[in-house]
Design a protein around this ligand. Sequence first.
Ligand SMILES: *[C@@H]1O[C@H](CO)[C@@H](O)[C@H](O)[C@H]1NC(C)=O
Ligand SMILES: *[C@@H]1O[C@H](CO)[C@@H](O)[C@H](O)[C@H]1NC(C)=O
Ligand SMILES: *[C@@H]1O[C@H](CO)[C@@H](O)[C@H](O)[C@H]1NC(C)=O
Length: 445
Amino acid sequence: MAGPPALLVLLLVVAAAAESGRTTATPDGCAAPADSGSTLRVLHAFGPCSPFHSPSASWEDTILDLLSRDDSRFLYLASLATARRSFVPIASGRQLLQTPTYIVRARLGSPPQSLLLAVDTSSDVAWLPCSGCAGCSPSSDAPPFDTSRSTTYRPVPCGSQPCSQVPNPTCPAGAKACGFNLTYGSSSLLAVLSQDSLSLATDVVPGYTFGCLQKAAGPAVPPHGLLGLGRGPLSFISQTKNLYASTFSYCLPSFKSLNFSGTLRLGPAGQPKSIKTTPLRSSPRRSSLYFVDLVGIRVGRKVVDIPPAAIAFDASTGAGTIFDSGTMFTRLVAPAYAAVRDEFRRRVRGAGDVTSLGGFDTCYAGPINPPAITFLFAGMNVTLPADNYLIHSTAGSLTCLAMAAAPDNVNSVLNVIASMQQMNHRVYFDVANGRLGVARELCTV
Ligand SMILES: *[C@@H]1O[C@H](CO)[C@@H](O)[C@H](O)[C@H]1NC(C)=O
Ligand SMILES: *[C@@H]1O[C@H](CO)[C@@H](O)[C@H](O)[C@H]1NC(C)=O
Ligand SMILES: *[C@@H]1O[C@H](CO)[C@@H](O)[C@H](O)[C@H]1NC(C)=O
C-alpha cells in the first residue's frame, strides 16, 4: 500500500497550546479537508481552528506563553550538545519540555485509529499516549491509542536492536517488552517501546517504532504525541528512508490563520524544482539537528557587524545555526542579536520610544516603517517579509521585533531560525543531497 514516491501527503497540522491538556470544541467552519492524494493541510496551534486553542487567552498572554515555552525548548536544544550518545535518545525528558507548535493527523494500527502528532524537526522522538495510561490527559480531539484494538500492534522485546537505542531502558528480569522512563517538566512518564502500522494520507509505514505511554505522574502531560523529523536513527525520517528518501518540506501558515492551509509534503515528489538552497551541516554533538551555515545578517542594506564566532558552525562543539519547527521565535546568540536589534532601532528612529513586551525588547506603540531583514546563508540569501519578523498586538497598537537573544543562562552557541520566521515559506529538507532550500510560498488563507 506504500504510495509511489510521487504521492504528496496532505497533513493536518494544528498547534498545541493548552498547557492543561484540556481542549476546546472545534469551532464552526473549521472542518478539516480530508487527506487526499499527497497534500496535508497545516494549521498553527494557536489558530482559532486548533483543538488546543484557548479562546480566553489574550494576545499578550499567548505571546508571553510562547516565548517562555521557547526558553525551555532552547534549553533542550542546547542540552543536546552534552548528550553522550551520538543520537537524540527517544523521548528523553528534556525533549518533551516544550510543547511543539505543529501537529499532524495520522492513523495508527489495524484498523487505523486517528491521532495527533506534533511535528518536530529537532527531535527523534516518537511518543504517544496509549489507552490505559494512568495519569495521561486524553481529550476527545486527541484520544489515546488503544493497542488492544490493533491486530498489528506489538511491543518491542528487550534485547532487540531498537531497545538498545533507547536511553535508560527498563528490562527487569522476566520482562518481555522494552520499557523506558522519561520526564516531562515535573511529570515522570513510563513508556513501552512499540511497533505498529503508521498511516499518513495514503502512505503506510509498517512496523513504525514509537513509545507507548503507560504511566504519567505530575501535571502538564500533553494529550498528543510526537512525530520526530530529526536526523537520528529512530526518527520518522530515518525509519521511512526507503519511502521518502529522507526528503520533506513544509509551509507553515501564519499563527493567525483561520484554517488548515499549510502543507507538509513527504518524499521527493512534488518538491520545488528550482529553489535556492544552502548546504546542510551536521554535528556529531547535536546529530538530530538541521544545521546550516549562517554567514551574516543584513538589516536594510547594511550587513551588521557580528563577531564570526557568534554564528560560525563548529561540528565539534555543536555551535552554529539550525532551522527548527518547534521554536516559535528566532533566537540569536547575544552579540548577533544585539547587532541586528541596534541596527533595526537605528533605522526606525523617530517612531517613538522603544518599549518591551516580555522577552521582546524592541517594541513601538505606533506604526513603524521597518527595514528588511535578510539572513545570509552560504549560497542563499533569504529576505524576510515584515510579517516574518514583526508581531502586532490584536488592538494594532503595539509592534515588536519578533526575535530575541538566546537565554543568557545557556552557555551554548546556538542560533535558532524559528517557525515565525519560516511561516509562508516552503522550507525544503533534502537530506539525501545535503541541502536545505527556502522559497516564498503563501499558505495562509
Ligand atoms: C476552512 O476550510 C473548510 C474546507 O476547505 C471550509 O469549508 C471552511 O469554510 C473554512 N473555514 C474558514 C473559517 O475559513
Ligand atoms: C522507571 O519507572 C518504573 C515504574 O515507575 C520504576 O519501577 C523504575 O525503577 C524506573 N526506572 C528508572 C531507570 O528510573
Ligand atoms: C547575499 O548578500 C550579500 C550581502 O549583501 C552579498 O554579498 C552576496 O553576494 C549575496 N549572496 C547571494 C547568494 O545572493
